[in-house]
Design a binder for this molecule. Structure first.
Ligand SMILES: [Fe+2]
Length: 191
């Protein structure tokens, strides 16, 4: 005869939930917590990689409006790095990076755009915006998910820090859209 306990065990297993109970015992040692830390290391590496690329993107910009936007986001990216360091600190972890293949690819795509476009053109700026918006969307997806993970684990302070960066990435993306649609795309179409 099947007992209630056995029935619930087998239904959890069917739903792939057999690890859930284990997590609630000691969250800091759970696989989910470890996965969360690994993903924080990934975005930490990504931000540090990006902060080196942004000044080059600024220098390559044709229009001063885009150069200014890249300059502003360079400063903000330094804040993103320091917020992540605070997050590691709050979680009792050492701040360290783990290579992010996605950001490496996005930055090399921006470099290809530079070799595919001529300097001093608006087509170059349109291309730089394309590359930068791909980066922003990647970061928005990452911070949005990591914020949800932190909320799920009850790390209230971490949620606040990740959310500040998330909002900044969203605002940057909007600024880039406004620059492209309000000026650069139109100028690029005349070249
Ligand atoms: Fe960022």
């Amino acid at each position: 005869m099947t007992t209630t306990q056995e029935r619930s065990k087998s239904s959890s297993k069917k739903l792939g939930m057999n690890k859930v109970d284990k997590m609630t015992h000691d969250m800091s040692k759970s696989e989910f917590h470890q996965f969360f830390i690994d993903e924080l290391k990934d975005i930490y590496w990504a931000e540090k990689h990006l902060v080196k690329a942004l000044p080059k993107m600024k220098k390559a910009s044709t229009s001063s409006i885009l150069a200014t936007a890249f300059d502003k986001h360079s400063q903000e990216t330094m804040d993103h790095i320091s917020r992540l360091e605070q997050v590691f600190d709050l979680l009792g972890e050492k701040a360290s990076g783990k290579k992010c293949d996605a950001m490496e690819g996005l930055v090399s795509e921006a470099e290809s755009i530079l070799s595919d476009t001529d300097s001093g053109t608006m087509v170059r700026d349109a291309g730089l915006i394309l590359a930068a918006q791909k980066v922003e969307h990647y970061e928005i997806a990452t911070y949005g998910t990591l914020k949800a993970f932190a909320a799920n684990m009850g790390h209230t302070e971490v949620v606040k820090l990740l959310n500040e960066t998330l909002e900044n990435e969203k605002a940057t993306n909007i600024t880039l859209t406004k620059i492209a649609e309000g000026y650069i795309n139109q100028e690029a179409s005349k070249e």
